[in-house]
Design a protein around this ligand. Structure first.
Ligand SMILES: [Zn+2]
Length: 331
């Protein structure tokens, strides 16, 4: 499965950092971290629940202090993907985390660009950036962020994604933010229909934000009209099976609806979400789809192909990437 052609649309760059990378950065920079965030063999981060997950993130992200760290994170993750025959990835990056740590937006952007270009030159992997807007800080902050993003437009920044805690603001509150992004030709995706987020917020993402894809969206099966609409509008779901199970949205893979989503005729892709945190990789998600959900090779290839078709890139590049998967296609 490692050499099976893949592509990924839903991965948070900050969630790709591995314990060894963070440990090395902390030693190099002399930044002391709480040792409890690492397992003793340094193979994984240690956290128990969702709140803990955020605490560990806050702790380890102290080591990310410069544009070079962003370059390194992007490069290392893309190198890892390229070794799994992943031909394309979209990295979701939150400017908020950089700015909060006094890394100017333009430095972060330069670092990301350096890392992406280096990975492309060495491994041929294509990648683009989606800037994350933080839902829990509300629409005013998100509008501030989107203006900065659009004022300093960059060819690798192709879209936005709404991320974060869903309890404080409804998705519809971000209508003007998404309208602004659309007016500046940015593509739109949004986290919805995940933990505690039912069909209602997916409807808002579709009808009010006008998203082209939905991050997760696995709870759509509760509403047959929603499923029909997703199919009719050809909205792709960026599904992350292990993330949903590890974060306890479903008790085990047996309860996860991946097979039902596929059989309902929805457009699906397979993704890792936060692979460094979850100690997984993209190959793992393809194996999960095969072993727990009985995905055939054609169905796995369809997921890869759908990631490329739904990617926020121009058609000629899509064709080139589809050719790389050695799959017969028709446009
Ligand atoms: Zn996510």
């Amino acid at each position: 499965m490692r050499h099976f052609p893949k592509a990924e649309l839903h991965v948070h760059l900050e969630g790709t950092a591995t314990p060894s990378l963070i440990k090395n950065l902390s030693l190099t920079k002399g930044i002391e971290l709480n040792p409890k965030i690492f397992s003793t063999d340094l193979s994984r981060f240690v956290w128990n629940d969702f709140a803990d997950f955020h605490n560990v993130f806050e702790e380890f992200f102290k080591t990310i202090t410069s544009k070079d760290d962003y370059a390194l994170m992007a490069y290392l993750y893309l190198a890892q993907l390229a070794q799994q025959n992943c031909v394309y990835a979209e990295l979701i990056v939150a400017p908020f985390h950089a700015i909060q740590r006094d890394i100017p937006y333009e430095h972060m952007l330069q670092g990301l660009s350096d890392g992406i270009e280096k990975a492309r030159a060495e491994f041929g992997i294509e990648s683009r950036i989606l800037m994350a807007l933080m839902r829990h800080y509300g629409p005013t902050m998100a509008m501030h962020d989107i203006k900065r993003i659009t004022e300093q437009c960059h060819p690798l920044v192709v879209g936005i994604n709404l991320v974060g805690d869903i309890t404080q603001y409804e998705i519809k509150a971000f209508e003007q933010v998404f309208d602004h992004a659309r007016s500046k030709n940015l593509h739109l995706s949004c986290h919805a229909g995940e933990i505690d987020g039912g069909p209602k917020e997916m409807w808002q993402a579709i009808n009010i934000l006008g998203v082209e894809r939905i991050s997760h969206g696995v709870s759509c099966l509760e509403d047959s009209k929603l499923v029909e609409t997703l199919i009719e509008k050809q909205i792709t779901l960026e599904v992350c099976p292990s993330s949903n199970v590890i974060l306890k949205m479903y008790p085990s893979y047996a309860e996860h609806p991946l097979r039902k989503l596929k059989d309902a005729g929805l457009l699906l892709t397979l993704n890792t979400d936060d692979p460094g945190f979850f100690n997984i990789n993209l190959t793992h998600e393809y194996i999960v789809a095969q072993q727990y959900f009985n995905f055939s090779e054609q169905e796995l290839l369809a997921a890869t192909q759908q990631s490329i078709r739904a990617a926020f890139i121009e058609e000629p590049l899509k064709r080139k990437l589809l050719e790389k998967t050695n799959y017969k296609f028709t446009f």
